[in-house]
Ligand binder design. Structure first.
Ligand code: GLN
Length: 216
């Protein structure tokens, strides 16, 4: 059975994520309301403007609904602004901007490539490179215990994971390379019911990101 993966579609770059997830075998669904969220087993939070997304999450009633699902183990993948939403600390954020604290990382908005807003660069993983598209990207300034660094750029973390929570400071959906989405799909247990229990955390023996990147 294909997992149903929602893409948060309040604002930002959500369409390309859905295309990539579908190529990796998932069924996708755009999530704009708490009712939409009930139908999904996992969620992708796209790039965009994290302060605007924070506002829209609150006004749509989704903020608490998403927080509850993350607390009950739903797999989630945040990219760029989505990574900011998953972080535990936002530096240079708007004062009213909120985040889910799903990953113990401190991120500074717009701090990667401050001089040139956007750039592309290969990202090192222990098993190979992934082409990273960085657009006004947040910089991970602190990685807490239990958070695994899976990709780095010039020695700085840009791809991190804890259990089935994955975050990238770049835009993998724009790279023409579905390996990271494929890896995320592999973290989602298709047998897990949508709703309260969410998806299972990865079991021992499931492919690591490094294996996925090597094979892909
Ligand atoms: N600069 C944006 C923010 O702080 C993130 C940019 C992006 O998602 N491409 O929310």
């Amino acid at each position: 059975m294909n997992p149903v993966i929602g893409v948060l579609a309040l604002q930002g770059a959500f369409a390309a994520h859905a295309d990539s997830l579908r190529r990796c075998g998932a069924t996708t669904c755009e999530v704009r309301t708490p009712a939409d969220l009930r139908d999904v087993q996992a969620l992708v939070m796209p790039g965009g403007e994290s302060s605007t997304m924070s506002q829209l999450l609150e006004s749509s009633g989704l903020f608490d609904a998403v927080a509850d699902r993350i607390a009950s183990g739903m797999a989630v993948f945040g990219t760029c602004a989505g990574m900011i939403l998953l972080s535990s600390e936002i530096l240079d954020g708007r004062p009213d901007q909120r985040s889910f604290g799903a990953l113990d990382i401190s991120v500074r908005r717009n701090a990667f490539g401050r001089q040139i807003d956007s750039f592309e660069s290969d990202i090192d993983t222990p098993q190979g490179t992934f082409h990273g598209v960085f657009i006004r990207a947040p910089r991970i300034e602190r990685v807490g215990p239990g958070v695994e660094v899976m990709g780095s750029l010039r020695g700085e973390p840009v791809l991190v994971r804890r259990g089935n929570v994955l975050a990238a400071s770049f835009h993998p959906e724009l790279a023409g390379d579905d390996r990271l989405h494929g890896y995320f799909v592999s973290l989602v247990n298709p047998a897990a019911p949508a709703g309260e229990t969410g998806a299972a955390v990865p079991r021992p023996g499931e492919p690591s990101i490094h294996e996925t990147i090597r094979e892909g």
